[in-house]
Design a protein around this ligand. Sequence first.
Ligand SMILES: [Fe+2]
Length: 145
Amino acid sequence: MADPGGRPPVTGAEEELLAEHRRIRDLTRQIETVSDLRELLRLLQDFRALLVPHFLAEEGTDGFYEIIRRMSPRQLALADALEREHFAFLVEIDRVAERARACLAGPVAAVLAEARMLAHRVTEHEAREDNLLLDTMYVDLGHGD
Ligand SMILES: [Fe+2]
């Protein structure tokens, strides 16, 4: 039976698929706006964990693609193209995650090490100034007695 808008009613399986697509969309939005590489890695891990079973279910027997092919042969080419993208997405997730890990271990780690070294040098500089001041006050001016 069609709803007032003329669309067929949504079944439980379709509802579940749409809910999964909403969860995926939530994660894609977070990935689009994240600026921290460690956070990005965490999101990509969640993304992969969500997409792998989702893609498998869509590709499986009586899954989304089989149903579409059965019900709408004119959509065959589009269904094939979309299904092929699944594997490419997983490869791309792994590639981006590897780049993030390489940046964290390489350039990011190097910049953080430089910042730590700079902070250490400034701390030592200020400590030497403290010693200079105290030495002058207590030894040269004799305020230590
Ligand atoms: Fe999907």
